[in-house]
Design a protein around this ligand. Structure first.
Ligand SMILES: Cc1ncc(COP(=O)(O)O)c(C=O)c1O
Length: 413
């Protein structure tokens, strides 16, 4: 029997006038409205899976990063309960002090085994893993080169590091090499990329990046947030699927997307992890995430090994869906940028429509037809590249995909 949380009835609170020091907020919010950038506030009720109830409406769920369908899986809930009973719910301190429990130690061993690295380190989120790790690798006098579509947490990590930053156009290796050749000498060099780009569903040219990193003596850091659990024979991600494991020394991943849990990780050589335990500020100065969450994530990694059919079937569905959409959106969905070197199509399928207003209109039309497909607008994507982002999940049926493809096509034609 699924649990339901009943809302506490509350009297509506009257809105007080803003203090003078905060009136600028009204101008900023008005500007968002003018630019079509106001974000909806959604409240979910119940577990999400194939379906999701948002603001009281049940919709077919194409908006979560729950690619393998583990977020609502009761086996994770049970592990979380068991872990919490054994070690308490709160961690009580940073991992450096007393927050690192046996559940975290077990999880880090499971991650290192999945990714096949010497060691791994868990952070409360993938965002924290990136913002904490980059400044431990480079600083003033160093150089970072970063794909223009890298995730916000990579961008913020680069900014925090105070290293010089060069940004190359998305997947454009000619430009990357030209920038490296023209760059003034630096003490250390870091190349950083998402492996599967979260808004575009595009795949980084990893084998070429490895070769460039080797040629220029650069550290290569690859963020597998949306690929962890989905690609590769073991399910560790696109680095594994591309056969590049020996050439990518710094691997980032999340437990929060395909693994249906929460937290982020860095995996790599033991010396890197040892260094991070001293230098990564979000690990040293922030409370460890709850041990029950670590226990649930460890269960998800076990399920990844026991249920490889989920990632295989997800990628088959992605390929099928892209083919269905290709009839109406040939340039967006049939191009190789959304495919791996071995031809797998990624499970993130953007439908680029242009302005933020057009993206919202498509998202709203799809909601009216029973689908939750969020609109993605600046700053997540360029202004003229606003889109609706279709996230496929193992839970979706063939009929779900056909119905969604038909609804998108008929709205756009
Ligand atoms: C590439 C990338 N890295 C990191 C993150 C942050 O991960 P988390 O949600 O676990 O904080 C995301 C989130 O979407 C992402 O897309």
């Amino acid at each position: 029997m699924p649990c339901r949380i009943e809302p506490r009835p509350e009297a509506p609170r009257p809105q007080a006038p803003l203090p003078d020091s905060l009136t600028w907020l009204e101008d900023s919010l008005r500007r968002l409205e003018t630019d079509g950038l106001v974000r909806p506030h959604r409240v979910r009720r119940g577990r999400q899976g194939r379906l999701v109830e948002l603001n009281g409406r049940e919709l077919l769920n194409f908006g979560a990063n729950d690619y393998l369908g583990y977020a609502g899986d009761v086996r994770l809930t049970r592990s979380c309960s068991k872990g919490s009973c054994a070690e308490g719910f709160g961690s009580g301190a940073s991992p450096l002090v007393s927050g690192h429990s046996l559940a975290h130690e077990t999880l880090e061993a499971a991650i290192a085994s999945l990714v096949q690295t010497e060691a791994a380190l868990v952070f409360p989120s993938g965002f924290a893993a990136n913002t904490a790790t980059i400044p431990t690798l480079v600083g003033e006098g160093d150089l970072i080169v970063s794909d223009e579509r890298n995730h916000a947490s990579i961008i913020d990590g680069c900014r925090l590091s105070r290293a010089r930053l060069l940004v190359y156009p998305h997947r454009d290796l000619t430009s990357l090499v030209a920038q490296l050749e023209a760059a003034a000498p630096a003490r250390r060099l870091l190349i950083v990329t998402d492996s599967l780009f979260s808004m575009d569903g595009t795949v980084a040219p990893l084998a070429d990046l490895c070769e460039i990193a080797e040629r220029f003596g650069a550290m290569l850091m690859v963020d597998e947030a949306h690929a962890t659990g989905v690609f590769g024979a073991r399910g560790s991600g696109l680095v594994e699927a591309s056969g590049c494991e020996a050439d990518v020394p710094i691997r980032i991943g999340t437990l929060s997307k395909a693994l249906g849990s929460a937290g982020g990780f860095v995996a790599g050589p033991a010396s890197l992890i040892h260094w991070l335990r001293h230098a990564a500020r979000a690990w040293v100065f922030s409370t460890a995430h709850p041990p029950g969450v670590a226990a649930a994530a460890t269960t998800a990694i076990t399920l990844l090994q026991e249920e490889p059919f989920r990632r295989r079937e997800l990628l088959e569905k992605a390929s099928h869906f892209r083919h269905q959409l290709a009839a109406s959106r040939p340039t967006t969905h049939a191009t190789p940028v959304g495919r791996t070197a071995s031809g797998d199509a990624s499970q993130i399928v953007p439908v680029v429509v242009g302005t933020p207003e057009k993206a919202v209109a498509l998202s709203e039309a799809l909601a009216a037809a029973g689908f939750f497909v969020p609109a993605i607008r600046p700053p997540s994507v360029p202004r003229d590249g606003s889109l609706v982002r279709v996230s496929l999940s193992w839970h979706h049926t063939e009929e779900d995909l056909t119905r969604l493809a038909t609804a998108i096509t008929s709205h756009l034609s």
